[in-house]
Design a protein around this ligand. Structure first.
Ligand code: NAD
Length: 266
């Protein structure tokens, strides 16, 4: 039987219409949490994500359509979401181009979604978590919050910023709550390559170099940076999110945890 240790906890996962966010939402739902999701997509795609989260165990799951580029929309979403015990800032976008060729619009968009949105959601959620003595903020950063790669200036800047922002929040809320209430923690997860649509353009570029062989493209991508030679699955990132939600993780705060097959150990 599944351990329903999050029964009664209220969670919001941003960017949960696909990939890592959807896996996180399903995992939280399976453990008893009341899950709300955010994310873009077609009506059918959003309905499919909601259906998956409901089937996983969160019968009352709702979707917030907020475009996270818009601070006013984020504030409205946070008002509508109400009291939260768990906030997973997962929404993110990626675009590769050399710094000199990166458009101003791309810079603004990537910073807004991958960094500023997390500031706005945390600002809204953390005071209530502190009052109630329990809160978990889990920010899906990236290995690119710890190290750089070429052609990813806004992404790397945003993810490094998210790691810094999370450390400040962790310190400001470190003393909230007690061991029995579970405390308030703020952490980043820093995945290397994870099998989602986000990295498809990069796989396609490597596959094209390998005569259209997708598997060869994936192998080439991994060989560059990720010593394990294995991509992570979204559910594996979700498993770590779940651990951070446990009471025994009350002293695990202010960290940026790599899940990168050894990428940042080099
Ligand atoms: P994905 O493309 O499957 O999911 C991204 C989610 O963000 C989607 O639900 C999308 O609708 C949402 N989103 C995008 N723009 C939005 C906006 N303006 N407003 C609201 N929602 C928006 O990608 P993923 O790989 O699951 O990415 C999830 C997170 O994991 C991102 O923050 C990404 O940077 C991070 N990450 C991914 C990898 C990887 O290899 N896939 C590695 C490290 C970190």
């Amino acid at each position: 039987m599944t351990d329903r240790f999050l029964h009664g906890r209220r969670a919001l996962v941003t960017g949960a219409t696909s990939g890592i966010g959807l896996a996180v939402a399903e995992t939280l739902a399976a453990t008893g949490a009341q899950v709300q999701i955010n994310g873009l997509g077609t009506a059918a795609g959003i309905e499919a994500a909601l259906a998956a989260v409901r089937a996983a165990g969160a019968a009352e799951a709702v979707h917030h359509p907020a475009d996270l580029r818009d601070p006013a929309a984020i504030r409205a979403m946070m008002m509508a979401a109400g009291e939260l015990d768990i906030l997973v800032n997962n929404a993110g976008v990626q675009f590769t181009a050399p710094l000199s060729g990166m458009s101003d619009e791309r810079w603004d968009q990537i910073l807004a979604i991958n960094l500023s949105a997390c500031f706005h959601t945390m600002k809204a959620a953390l005071p209530g978590m502190a009052e109630r003595g329990f809160g978990r903020v889990i920010n899906i950063a990236s290995v690119h919050g710890l190290v750089a790669s070429v052609a990813k200036a806004p992404y790397v800047a945003a993810k490094h910023g998210l790691v810094g922002l999370s450390k400040v929040a962790a310190l400001e809320y470190a003393a909230a709550g007690t061991r029995s209430s579970g405390g308030v923690t703020v952490n980043c997860l820093c995945p290397g390559w994870v099998e989602t649509t986000l990295i498809e353009p990069q796989i396609a570029a490597r596959a094209a170099q390998a005569g259209g062989d997708r598997e060869a493209g994936i192998r080439a991508l991994l060989a560059e940076k990720q010593p394990s030679g294995r991509m992570a699955r979204p559910a594996e990132i979700a498993a770590l999110v779940l651990f951070l939600c446990r009471a025994e993780a009350h002293n695990l705060t202010g960290t940026a945890l790599p899940v990168d097959g050894g990428w940042t150990a080099q």
